[in-house]
Design a protein around this ligand. Sequence first.
Ligand SMILES: Nc1nc2c(c(=O)[nH]1)N[C@@H](CN(C=O)c1ccc(C(=O)N[C@@H](CCC(=O)O)C(=O)O)cc1)CN2
Length: 362
Amino acid sequence: MASAIFSDCSSSTTARVFTINKIRTGILHLRQSSAIISCKPRNPSFGVLSTQRRSSYSTAVAMSLNTETSAKVIDGKAVAKQIKDEIKIEVLKMKDAIGVVPGLAVILVGDRKDSATYVRNKKKACEAVGITSYEICLPEDSTEEDVLKHIADYNENPKVHGILIQLPLPRHMDEARILNAVSIDKDVDGFHPLNIGLLAKRDREPFFVSCTPKGCIELLHRYGITIKGKRAVIIGRSNIVGLPVSLLLQREDATITIVHSRTENPEEIVRQADIIVSAAGKANMVRGSWIKPGAVIIDVGINPIDDPESPRGYRLVGDVCYDEACKVASAITPVPGGVGPMTIAMLLSNTLDSAKRALKFE
Ligand SMILES: Nc1nc2c(c(=O)[nH]1)N[C@@H](CN(C=O)c1ccc(C(=O)N[C@@H](CCC(=O)O)C(=O)O)cc1)CN2
């Protein structure tokens, strides 16, 4: 679990200085910004602000604070609920018309607590909207063949319209081999290489788009945020989030840049973004100083940090230092309650679409 030392930006000097700053003027803004800069992120490969960048950043932060900027909160939990309500109505319509409901099969391998929780939440979400869920839980020491056999069964089962393998799989398993075995027209996670390939091509449509990236775009749409022509910077290049979200933003006519662990001066690049999507998996890595005033922030990171005051002994924070970012950005997703709930809503949506396609139901 991540240590709280530098990752908890809300308890750093920054928060205090911001408070003081509200009742003071001019020059103090500049002092405040150097306090922010001195609060270094933990990951040395993601930059410490260079001296020559400080003055422009100081001006930017001073500007945003002078106008008492406070970002709009993009409420993923509320949007996810709205989407689930819409899906429930569609499922009922299908049931009334043809007597069939969508079916989702989930395969869980091993005994990771977090994965078991996500699978349980997916099952509950299916129940809530009327989707039938099927579940196989296999022990940690299962073989790839065990998993492949269950995938083959679900591929053949006409009651199952979506198949999902909960990730991560145990280390001894070849993830690519297993994901490749899911039929592409039941691949509601959108992880099959053919679905990713179709997403990458301009003149083609994938059967499914992966749930978290699709949830990010859905949030931007539902909040009326313009993507076309905007400069979007995606932090992280994973197959699950970074890559597909960059392809989706490009399809929406954004100009995209991907920043990753080998990028030099990431903060300089991020600071040019109108839209930031962070999927780095590093608690509070993106500081207020990385953000252009008015930028929109979609924070995909869900990182545990130590918190002895919480009953769980930890709490979840994003990749973006929320307390700093919300004073500079125009809109931001919180963690928890931002992108996370959208992942499950999009899974239900993909399962419904799959059933409609299979059953030729409009
Ligand atoms: N096959 C897949 N495996 C994994 C995926 C995936 O999309 N498909 N994503 C993640 C885990 N995940 C779903 O599986 C997931 C993670 C987080 C949330 C969520 O709603 N988080 C809440 C906080 C929850 C808490 O308090 O513990 C939030 O952000 O508000 C939903 C789904 C990896 N594996």
